[in-house]
Design a protein around this ligand. Structure first.
Ligand code: HEC
Ligand code: HEC
Length: 450
């Protein structure tokens, strides 16, 4: 009797489990697969698939002068977080207290954790960057801060031309813009024929007050790693901003959100996405028209495209921002770089993975949640009255989504496009042993480095 009872219980539990959990919704799967095939630029769902991070041959946009190798990636992974290179601080008390990752925090989708990143000239970190603030002894125009919210430094193998304006990189969308490369000393690097990341990083090290030479490499403990990574580069150039930039570029190309549920789906593991995520994806690639602009494995635009969707600039959002204002030509986006009338107010279509933790959206950080972003696209009304209507993209218009549809789309963005395991790209230590991303006294206390 007891046996029969147990059996019945098991059967009913099993039936319950099978009927409610993980029952594949075949209609939803085939609808989404068909949609992906029809919007893909190759006709295949593989268009959206990212390679494994160590499949170097499959990483696009590599620089012929800097092919990705394992030793470069390992070196770049440490240097990106190395506060010991911050030796061009404005004042001595900030020396060696900041790094690239001060503004590109892995826990915040590789952005700053606040509306504007500040490296030299700031103190503190909080939990994930939200606690960083201007150093009281720095004037506002002395800090290292830029006129836009940091772009995420991940999925960068899909970036051929760096920055919101696509400024850096000699090829792809910058072919034909040679006449404006002499506009300032930073942009002149484009005449040297580098890919976007190699050019950007060399300039970023100058802008962000970091330096490398043989003595610094020796004192921080990197000499042997440079020797392994760059044996073909003459010794007198081997420990330099250029090789640091190259190593970080190689590391960047391997930071891929290839464990996100949507990536699992395109690999054929359809059970990795929830029904709500699938409905959201069907809206993204269908009715909501997001794919008209966001169409690549990282959901940026390949080749890069620039659009005006009428969002506010940094100085217009009411946040206290440094070193930017109404006359900042970065407010003009692509047009600020090319000076072409048709490019004015247009910004590069950004990637869309791991945005949940970013907390500040659009180039001016005018939105605080992905739901707000979805509502903005659904309403289709520019929030910045200064942008001429003629510049606004024809794809930006009211979408007529219901509340439930906006919920689904938000869920797709928040969790369907979220790789939960990004800390695999963060080193446990750097060679110097310094605290990172920041090394100032307050950050050290907050991060438990003392
Ligand atoms: C003070 C904050 C700050 C620091 C420090 C910083 N960045 Fe950035 N980073 C930004 C901002 C802001 C942007 C976007 C700027 C723009 O597009 O005008 C950006 C953009 C980038 C991009 C372009 C990504 C894309 O999708 O086009 C790369 C690459 C990058 N940073 C690499 C680095 C490297 C390498 C370092 C260290 C040498 C560094 N960053 C240090 C704030 C910072
Ligand atoms: C007209 C082309 C276009 C369409 C259509 C479009 N986007 Fe975008 N999207 C952009 C551009 C360009 C930006 C950057 C704008 C800026 O900051 O100035 C952006 C930014 C975003 C951001 C913020 C990313 C960040 O790092 O701040 C999200 C999220 C986003 N889009 C999601 C969507 C969704 C969801 C849809 C569909 C409802 C959509 N986009 C439709 C072009 C487009």
């Amino acid at each position: 009797m007891k046996k029969v009872f147990t059996l019945l219980l098991t059967i009913s539990a099993l039936t319950y489990f099978l009927s409610c959990k993980n029952e594949p919704n075949v209609d939803l799967d085939s609808q989404l697969t068909n949609l992906l095939e029809s919007r893909s630029k190759t006709g295949s769902i593989d268009w959206y698939r990212m390679p494994e991070s160590d499949d170097y041959a499959a990483l696009p946009n590599q620089d012929a002068k800097n092919p990705v190798t394992a030793v470069k990636v390992e070196l770049g992974k440490m240097l990106f977080f190395e506060t010991g290179m911050g030796l061009e601080a404005k004042y001595p008390f900030e020396l060696a207290t900041f790094s690239c990752s001060s503004c590109h925090v892995p826990e915040r989708g590789f952005t700053a954790g606040r509306f504007q990143g500040i490296a030299d000239g700031a103190i503190g970190f909080g939990q994930t960057g939200e606690g960083r603030a201007k150093h009281p002894l720095y004037l506002g125009d002395e800090v290292d801060a830029q006129g836009a919210r940091p772009l995420p430094t991940m999925n960068l193998t899909y970036v051929s031309n760096a920055l919101w304006a696509g400024t850096f990189g000699s090829f792809n969308v910058n072919e034909g813009t040679e006449s404006v490369w002499n506009q300032d000393t930073l942009v002149e690097i484009n005449y040297k024929g580098f890919q976007g990341l190699e050019a950007n990083n060399q300039r970023a090290l100058i802008v962000h007050r970091q330096i490398m030479d043989k003595a610094i490499a020796d004192s921080l403990g990197y000499t042997a790693m440079f020797d392994q990574a760059f044996p073909e580069i003459p010794v007198n150039e081997r420990y330099s901003r250029k090789t640091v930039a190259f190593a970080i570029a190689a590391y960047f190309r391997t930071i891929l959100t290839n464990q996100a549920p949507f990536q699992e789906f395109v690999k054929g593991n359809t059970g990795a996405m929830s029904d709500q995520q699938k409905r959201g994806a069907a809206l993204f690639f269908g009715k909501a028209g997001c794919v008209n602009c966001h169409n690549s494995p990282s959901l940026n635009s390949v080749p890069h495209e620039f659009f005006a969707i009428g969002v506010k600039n940094h100085y217009q959002t009411g946040n206290e921002v440094f070193r930017t204002g109404p006359s900042d030509k970065r407010n003009l986006g692509r047009g600020g770089f090319t000076s072409r009338e048709e490019d004015m107010n247009k910004f590069k279509v950004p990637q869309l993975y791991n945005l949940k933790d970013v907390g500040f959206y659009f180039h001016g950080a005018s939105k605080r949640s992905l739901r707000d972003v979805v509502e903005y696209f659904n309403e289709g009304i520019p929030e910045n009255p200064d942008i001429p209507k003629s510049q606004i993209s024809g794809f930006f218009h009211p979408l007529g989504l219901t509340n439930a549809e906006m919920d689904d789309l938000t869920e797709f963005l928040e969790t369907g496009l979220f790789d939960p395991n990004m800390l695999r790209y963060k080193p446990s230590v750097t060679m110097s042993g310094n605290c990172f991303p920041n090394n100032d006294p307050l950050s050290r206390i907050e991060m438990g480095c003392n």
